[in-house]
Design a protein around this ligand. Sequence first.
Ligand SMILES: N[C@@H](CCC(=O)N[C@@H](CS)C(=O)NCC(=O)O)C(=O)O
Length: 416
Amino acid sequence: MALVLHAGCTNKNAFKALIAAEYSGVEVELVKDFEMGVSNKTPEFLKMNPIGKVPVLETPDGPVFESNAIARYVTRVKADNPLYGSSLIEYAHIEQWIDFASMEIDANISRWLYPRCGFMVYLPPAEEAAIAALKRALDALNTHLASNTYLVGHSVTLADIIMTCNLYTGFGRILTKSFTSEFPHIERYFWTLVNQPNFQKILGEVKQVESIPPVQSTKKPSQPKEPAKPKEVKKEAAPPKAEEAAEEEEAPKPKAKNPLDLLPPSKMILDEWKRLYSNTKTNFREVAIKGFWDMFDPEGYSLWFCDYKYNDENTVSFVTLNKVGGFLQRMDLARKYAFGKMLIIGSEPPFKVQGLWLFRGTEIPQFIIDECYDMELYEWKKVDINDEAQKERVSQMIEDCEPFEGEALLDAKCFK
Ligand SMILES: N[C@@H](CCC(=O)N[C@@H](CS)C(=O)NCC(=O)O)C(=O)O
């Protein structure tokens, strides 16, 4: 009699058992009409798994939850299954790689991916830490695979099944080609395994994600989805339903005026400065920088230096650039009231991120502090325009002067 697996049809945690079943000749069927968020919250389901998570396997001796335990169970249904190796030490190594796949690979992919999907709070330093930990694990895995086709022995084992399912989420959701090309042996391993008939039957065609997902708002959390829809497995499974509830429509409220619009008029017209900045192609110092200081009105505007608080963690160039890019995107709400330059400094990691901002008013506008969480990731220092050295630093930041304070620039981004 077939064992019944409770899960949606795109759940990589369920794929572990389904692929193990294919290799072992064990019959496992997906429960019919499973609906995520509904089927796994019923009293019957909670009796099988008290925290209401999938997958759960029904066996003749009672339910089993936790996907690795389920995959182990399915594997052991077949006596002397080669998926579990052929000696005590092979068995130990299989268990070792299963733990590694879960704790070092899957956990760090999740710590990187879930905040970007709006499923957890997004914090740039936490993302940096997750990527660094993931790279450390992938380096070790890549080295092992440089001289081994499989994780253990000379054929597929349960460790390969669990590792590949975890990498499947990574390759499908966040690990772009430019990221994985640093780990060529893992690429070879992953594409070889997902193209084995027993994997293909469950996973279908596997595609690598083309870009890192942009950070979503955490206001409306959504379940992270698995990458591609797999081919049908054994019995028909219901397609996952969209979990987002329709938003209630609200009558539009009159927009409150931004307090900055109520400030006394300033002789400095921000748009004029932005135009001058954009249109000056030569003699930047003489034209744009001189023009800036001629226009600058210390009563209507203020200048601020910012310095990223976690520069030590800027160890990956493209992540650092993405972080600054994300900050500038989130500053969109301040476009009418601000101009900014952000410098990514250094030719080797860790990179320093420092910037210069011009804000309407003599303080940093409160609505920006409230609505752009990046603000608290930086130390802010008001520029003293009576100090010539500080003024010169402002000028150098505006003109992307290189070397900047003795260092090369990785990039300079402008908010205008
Ligand atoms: N460690 C568990 C993780 C299970 C898990 O997180 N399942 C997700 C779907 S992939 C779930 O059921 N989420 C629903 C919820 O959190 O209520 C396993 O490997 O089975």
